[in-house]
Ligand binder design. Structure first.
Ligand code: ARG
Length: 588
């Protein structure tokens, strides 16, 4: 289905041409003065320079070409040279009617299907999942769902931080605490136990303890380095511990991501990529890209046009160890080999910007990816507490994700119980659904690149620009639909007719913008655009609802048509929240 905006643009192209102007000025956008018109075109202002003519004259000449146009109720040239467009009510009714019976609510992809690898999540094994990882998971999941809806093929990869010193630290600490475990006996040749020698709780305590010790105790640090190397070189006992660490951590991560409705196609990590490092490094040396500098192996990635210093990409440290740059490059090797993606999209903290500039340039320069492979960094800002500092627990510690989720669930539960409308069992289930919406919408409604304040009170409110408000609106429409059906109504016997007042018109006008909103959110990498759209749509619905007694309408045809309209709004909202990564309860 062609969007109304696009349809109008096609008309404007004809009008500009008809009036003797270049059609490149015919761009149509949603009006920023909805009180005056629905859409607008500002092209006459730009055209004025080329044609040395007053913008208002150009606008008037274009508008005169639009006379009698069936799509338009009104077209007007406004000083200094705006063209204001008001669409016809018939067009609105027809578009919404068509939308409501089409696949994907009328969305049609505007470009060819592409293959995209999305890299998000990025948790580190054995370290607790904290709120810093929350944004990556939430934004990444929304991007994946939107991309798939828009017709692209997505492979999501969690890119585990499972390689390096943290593993050696755990082995070292465990060896000190439980030296009698068979894993530490170099002469042991039997089978290793199936049961892990620690729980996730212990593991999450062992790592920070070991990490702190290593910073104070040089000998301890060296020991951990050696253990890391031995593990990577294949020492059986250490490999067995590694397997336990991975199993225990991954089971815990899966639980956490499940609670967030976040999932991944691939659970590969840095360790997986590491097997590609030796060949990759050899190739970089053979082709003359990598050279030694102060003992380290580096690749220059600066470009003439750089306005700031872009340091070389570090491939190997002087002791031959791989670095963060190295594993990310090696990861691109398998991604290219296995999937030939058109694009690789990274959803990572924006403070890692420089790392990705270096990795992207190095990957292109050394031919790890093709010239036309798009490498995109979607860097997000920090989630802060009300004090404007990174979100912490009440006693100032790093907030664990599981704690945060439990806190919000509890808050939602209390709220729902206050209303006293459901059993505590139902309230528990409902609160989990609503809490997830509160968290995700609270995050996604901000432009990703910006820092934002995680304000628990605001996010869990049923009013204002919040997830619970969106859900509340969906539940409200649901209940009207249910009551209509219970009374024997069947809206499918009616068509969607023209709006009958300003409120119904506004609601339809917004409803037909769904396709553009989703496409804008996806292509601009800004899920916040979809949030802003559904918030506006909810406001328009609630306004309409307060002014209209829908179920009490006497004219059955008018009622049926109205029900169809709000059913379409319901479908749009439900589809949108699914793309954002949450769902609505039956009641709340
Ligand atoms: N594990 C990293 C961290 O916690 C994030 C990984 C992001 N993805 C990547 N391909 N580097 O900071």
């Amino acid at each position: 289905m062609i969007s109304i905006r696009k349809q109008l643009e096609l008309e404007m192209i004809k009008a500009f041409e008809g009036a003797g102007f270049d059609n490149k000025y015919a761009f149509v956008s949603v009006s920023n003065r909805p009180d005056l018109c629905d859409y607008q075109c500002n092209g006459a202002m730009a055209a004025a320079k080329e044609y040395h003519k007053a913008p208002i004259d150009i606008a008037s000449e274009v508008v005169s070409q639009l006379e009698g146009n069936a799509l338009l109720e009104n077209a007007e040239a406004i000083k200094p040279g705006f063209i204001n467009l008001t669409v016809s009510n018939r067009l609105l009714a027809e578009s919404l009617g068509q939308m409501s019976v089409s696949d994907k609510l009328g969305y049609e992809p505007s470009s060819e299907k592409r293959t995209i690898i999305m890299d998000y999540g990025g948790p580190n094994i054995a370290k607790p999942l904290h709120v810093g990882h929350l944004r990556s998971a939430i934004i990444g999941e929304a991007m994946k769902r939107m991309a798939r809806f828009c017709g692209d093929e997505v492979i999501s990869d969690i890119h585990l931080g499972d390689w390096g010193l943290q593993m050696g630290l755990i082995v070292t600490e465990l060896g000190l605490r439980k030296p009698d475990l068979v894993y530490f006996d170099p002469d042991y040749t039997g089978e290793y136990p199936k049961e892990p020698p620690f729980t996730i709780g212990e593991l999450e305590e062992i790592y920070p303890t070991a990490s702190a010790k290593s910073k104070e105790d040089r000998a301890y640090y060296e020991k951990a380095l050696l253990a890391t190397k031995e593990m990577q070189d294949g020492r059986p006992g250490y490999q067995a511990i590694l397997k336990h660490i991975m199993d225990v951590s991954i089971a815990d991560l899966k639980r956490n991501y499940d609670r967030l409705s976040v999932s991944f196609d691939l659970w590969r990590g840095e360790a997986y990529a590491s097997t590609y490092i030796p060949d990759m490094v050899r190739d970089m040396k053979d082709k003359g890209y990598a050279y030694e500098s102060d003992g380290a192996l580096v690749v220059d990635v600066s470009e003439e046009t750089d306005t700031k210093d872009i340091p070389p990409c570090m491939i190997l440290k002087s002791d031959g160890a791989a670095l963060y740059d190295t594993t990310d490059l090696a990861t691109l090797v398998w991604r290219e080999q296995d999937y030939h993606p058109d694009e690789v999209l990274y959803i990572v903290d924006k403070r890692q910007d420089m790392h990705f500039v270096q990795v992207f340039r190095c990957a292109k320069k050394t031919g790890i990816v093709r010239d036309d492979t798009k490498l995109t960094f979607l860097g997000f800002g920090t989630m802060n507490g009300k004090d404007g500092k990174p979100f912490k627990t009440r006693d100032g510690g790093v907030m664990r994700l599981s704690e945060l989720i439990s806190d919000i669930n509890q808050k939602m539960y209390d709220k729902i119980m206050e209303n006293n409308t459901m059993s505590s069992d139902e309230a528990k289930k409902t609160s989990e659904v609503v809490a997830l919406a509160a968290i995700k919408y609270g995050d996604l409604s901000n432009q990703p690149s910006k820092d934002y304040v995680f304000d628990v009170d605001r996010f869990t409110s049923f009013e204002g620009n919040t997830g619970p408000y969106i859900l509340y609106t969906i539940v409200r429409i649901n209940s009207i639909l249910r009551r209509y059906h219970e009374a024997g109504g069947d809206e499918n016997n009616f068509g969607i007719t023209e709006p009958f007042d300003e409120n119904s018109r506004r609601l339809m006008l917004l409803a037909v913008r769904f396709s553009e909103s989703i496409e804008g959110a996806y292509t601009k990498l800004e899920p916040n655009r979809l949030c802003a759209y559904i918030y506006e749509l909810c406001n328009a619905f609630n306004h309409f609802y307060h002014e209209t007694r829908i179920l009490a309408m006497e004219d059955e045809a008018k009622k049926g048509s109205t029900i169809r309209m709000i059913a379409a709004v319901h479908a749009i909202l439900s589809q949108s929240i699914e793309l954002l990564g949450f769902s609505a309860p039956e009641r709340m």
